[in-house]
Write a protein that binds this ligand. Structure first.
Ligand SMILES: *Cc1c(COP(=O)(O)O)cnc(C)c1O
Length: 396
C-alpha cells in the first residue's frame, strides 16, 4: 500500500531562476528602479500582461496590495460601500478597510459561488465598487455580475489571487472586470513566497497605481506605458511603497512557462478525485459553471446530511488516514469564516454562507500528484466519511 502523499511540498523553483538570482546577488541590483533599462520586475509586468492578454500590469508586494491600490485608483471617497463575497480570505475585507471603505458581504451558495439573488438585492446605488473573489478558483457567474454592474456603472475588481489559468467563456479570469489582481504567495499557482500583480486596460488606473505603489519622482519613466498620463498625476497621490523587488521577479518569471502544465495537470487531478468522491453517498463536489474552465490546486467538497459531530468525526478519520481536511467553518479563528472578521465592525447574519462553511471541506491537491496518490486521497476521504457516519450512529 502507498503511503499518504505529501500535499504540502511546493515544486522546486526552476534552475534558470537560481542562475538569475546568483547574478543579482553578485551585482547587488535588487531594486526595480535602479537600472535604466528593463529590470526583472518590468520584464515580468510585460510578460504577465501578454500572458493574460491585458494592456497593462503592475507587480507589487502581494495580491492584498494590488486590491488596495485598485480601490485607491478608483478614487472611492471614504466610507464608500464595496460589495464582496462573504466566502473569501480575510485579506479581501482587510483591503477594503485599508482603503477606508466599508465591506458589504454577499451570500455565497453551496457551490462556493456568489448567490446572484442576494448580489442583485445588495447592488444598491450606495455601492461604489464590487470585488469578486474567485475563492479557491471557483468562478461566480461573471456574465450576470458584469451585466448588473454595467447597468449601474459600478466598477468590478476581480480578486483572481487563486485563479491564474482559469477561463470563463474562453476569456482569462482577471481580464473580465476593470482590474484583475493575482497572488504569487506560496499556495498559489506561481510561488514566489510573496508577491502580487494587477492588470487592467485602463491607462489612468494603471498610472495612478504605478505612482501609489512607490514610483516616486520620475521613476514612472521606467514603466514603458502610458507616459502621457503621468504628468497629470505627478505629486497628486500618496506613495504607499508596495513595490516588488527584483529577486521576486526572478523567482516568478521562469514559472510562467510552467503555468500551462500546472493548469492541465491540476484540472485532471481534480476531476479524477471529484469523480471518485461523487461516487460516495456522503460527499458531493459541486460542478463548475458551464462557461468556466478551472485551474485547481486543491479540492473542495460538501458533506451531505452530516451533523457538526459527524463532520468533525470525518475530519479526524481522514487525518488518521493521513489526509488533512480543513472544514472552513469548524476550525477556530478560520480566516475564511466571515463571523471571525471582527475588524469590519458588526458581521451580518448570512445563513446560506454559514451553512456552506460548516460542511465545506478543503484538501490540497497539487498538480505534481500522480494517480496512486490521487487514489489514496480519494479512498482516505470516502472511507473516512463512511467511518464518521457509522461511528456517530453507533454511539447514538
Ligand atoms: C491568497 C489570496 C489572497 C491574498 O493574497 P496575498 O498575495 O497573500 O495578499 C486574496 N484572495 C484570495 C482569494 C486568495 O486566495
Amino acid at each position: 500500500m502507498t503511503d499518504a502523499p505529501n500535499v504540502y511540498d511546493a515544486e522546486p523553483i526552476p534552475e534558470s531562476a537560481r542562475i538569475e538570482i546568483d547574478k543579482m546577488l553578485q551585482s547587488g541590483d535588487l531594486f526595480r528602479y535602479t537600472s535604466a533599462d528593463a529590470s526583472p520586475v518590468a520584464l515580468l509586468e510585460k510578460e504577465f500582461a501578454a500572458l493574460l492578454g491585458a494592456k497593462f500590469a503592475l507587480a507589487v508586494s502581494s495580491c492584498s496590495a494590488a486590491l488596495f491600490l485598485s480601490l485607491k485608483a478608483l478614487q472611492l471617497p471614504r466610507d464608500t460601500k464595496v460589495l464582496i463575497p462573504a466566502f473569501t480570505f480575510a485579506a479581501v475585507p482587510s483591503a477594503v478597510v485599508h482603503a477606508e471603505c466599508k465591506p458589504i458581504l454577499v451570500e455565497v451558495g453551496k457551490n462556493y459561488r456568489v448567490d446572484m439573488e442576494d448580489f442583485a438585492a445588495k447592488l444598491t446605488p450606495e455601492i461604489g465598487a464590487v470585488i469578486i473573489s474567485h475563492m479557491r478558483g471557483h468562478t461566480s457567474d461573471m456574465d450576470a455580475i458584469m451585466a448588473l454592474c454595467a447597468d449601474k456603472n459600478i466598477p468590478v475588481i476581480e480578486d483572481a489571487a487563486h485563479s491564474l489559468g482559469t477561463t470563463w467563456n474562453g476569456q482569462n479570469i482577471g481580464t473580465i472586470g476593470k482590474i484583475g489582481c493575482f497572488s504569487f504567495q506560496s499556495y498559489k499557482l506561481i510561488n514566489a513566497g510573496e508577491g502580487g500583480i494587477m492588470i487592467t486596460d485602463d491607462p489612468d488606473l494603471i498610472a495612478q497605481a504605478i505612482i501609489m505603489s512607490g514610483a516616486y519622482e520620475h521613476n514612472w519613466k521606467k514603466h514603458p506605458v502610458v507616459h502621457d498620463r503621468f504628468e497629470h498625476w505627478q505629486n497628486q497621490l500618496p506613495l504607499y511603497n508596495l513595490r516588488m523587488q527584483n529577486l521576486s521577479a526572478a523567482v516568478i518569471r521562469p514559472q510562467i512557462a510552467e503555468v500551462k502544465r500546472r493548469v492541465v495537470d491540476g484540472l485532471s487531478n481534480h476531476d479524477y478525485v471529484a469523480d471518485l468522491l461523487n461516487a460516495s453517498p456522503f460527499i458531493s463536489v459541486p460542478p463548475a459553471l458551464t462557461p468556466e474552465s478551472r485551474a485547481p490546486d486543491s479540492i473542495q467538497f460538501n458533506l451531505d446530511g452530516f451533523s457538526d459531530e459527524e463532520t468533525l468525526a470525518f475530519a479526524d478519520a481522514a487525518n488518521e488516514n493521513g489526509i488533512k481536511v480543513q472544514v472552513f467553518g469548524l476550525s477556530q479563528d478560520n480566516a475564511r469564516a466571515f463571523w471571525n472578521w471582527h475588524f469590519i465592525g458588526e458581521t451580518p447574519e448570512l445563513p446560506k454562507t454559514r451553512a456552506m462553511l460548516m460542511r465545506a471541506c478543503d484538501v490540497r491537491l497539487p498538480a505534481r500528484l500522480k494517480t496512486p496518490d490521487l487514489d489514496y486521497i480519494a479512498n482516505a476521504l470516502t472511507s473516512a466519511a463512511a467511518t464518521a457516519k457509522n461511528a456517530v450512529k453507533a454511539v447514538a
